[in-house]
Design a protein around this ligand. Structure first.
Ligand code: NAD
Length: 271
């Protein structure tokens, strides 16, 4: 029932600028989502928005329990259930355990959000030790693989995997050589896995944020200037996590994106 080109409706769409996020649309009603790094930053914003859209949530995390508990309360305030799963994504056994506990609790797993990662700045490549390089790969790259493998054992047609990539995986960052490398790897992993899973009816996409104001970035901890952190964007500011999260809903919901798989969506404020 789409209008033919040249026969568009005469009614102009309403301007969307500054439109509030449309509440209560329930685009993920009845779904179960496991979000790694869901205790903080982008992962927390995704958990809360997924819950608002009707999904029950399992939060994978490693950092302080207090952040995870706050996220659980925020999810429950949206009227959905939430379980907390502490474990290190660099361990395949911990990933299998997190998935098993999610399926035991909720009876299924529809959406995996691979989001847990860390970064440490090193101004000089000489400061980048092999040990540190190894850890970055184990968490930021292997962790996504271990979680996907564990989740796929329980996923059927209609399931979705979302990977948090980064603008650094597209453009590189001079102080984040190892991190940029893992993020580029995640983008390639996303495309390859999407192709691999297309016959199973499972979609895989990545979101590649630019600078986002979260505890991940050391500049936050050092109380550095917000404008400086966002200086490379056309908007001259970093994003808030809540400005990134709606894209996860879009790519997780078959109502919105059933014909999108294997894509990398940059959300970078004109970086
Ligand atoms: P964040 O530090 O607020 O959250 C990351 C969370 O990941 C932590 O709270 C921790 O619980 C979890 N985590 C870290 N290591 C883990 C491990 N080994 N096992 C299990 N969990 C672990 O950071 P954020 O900015 O919200 O980052 C979320 C994602 O977004 C990451 O993949 C990051 O690379 C990506 N990203 C962030 C930015 C940014 O500017 N903040 C930009 C682009 C991409």
């Amino acid at each position: 029932h789409l209008p033919k080109p040249g026969h568009e409706t005469a009614v102009e769409p309403a301007p969307m600028y500054d439109a509030p996020y449309y509440l209560g649309s329930q685009k993920l009603a009845g779904k179960v989502a496991l979000i790694t790094g869901g205790d903080s930053g982008i992962g927390r914003a995704v958990a809360v928005l997924f819950a608002r859209e009707g999904a029950d949530i399992a939060i994978g995390y490693l950092s302080e329990d207090v952040d995870a508990k706050q996220t659980k309360l925020a999810v429950e305030a949206e009227g959905r259930s939430c379980i907390l799963l502490r474990g290190d994504v660099s361990s395949p056994a911990a990933c299998r355990k997190a998935v098993a506990r999610t399926v035991k609790q909720f009876g299924k797993l529809d959406i995996l959000v691979n989001n847990a990662a860390f970064q440490v700045h090193s101004a000089d490549i000489a400061d980048l030790t092999e040990a540190h390089f190894d850890t970055t790969l184990k968490v930021n790259l292997y962790g996504y693989f271990h979680m996907a493998k564990a989740a796929l054992a329980h996923m059927g047609p209609g399931a979705v995997i979302l990977n948090t990539g980064s603008v650094t995986g597209i453009r590189g960052s001079k102080e984040l050589v190892d991190y940029s490398m893992t993020k580029g790897g995640i983008h390639a992993f996303t495309r390859a896995l999407a192709a691999n899973l297309v016959d199973r009816g499972i979609r895989v996409n990545a979101i590649a944020p630019g600078p986002v104001w979260t505890p991940l970035n050391p500049s936050d901890k050092q109380a550095q200037d917000v404008a400086q952190f966002g200086a490379k964007t056309a908007m001259k500011r970093p994003a808030q996590p809540e400005e990134i999260a709606p894209a996860y809903v879009f790519l997780a919901s078959s109502h919105c994106s059933s014909y999108i798989s294997g894509e990398i969506l940059p959300i970078i404020g004109g970086y």
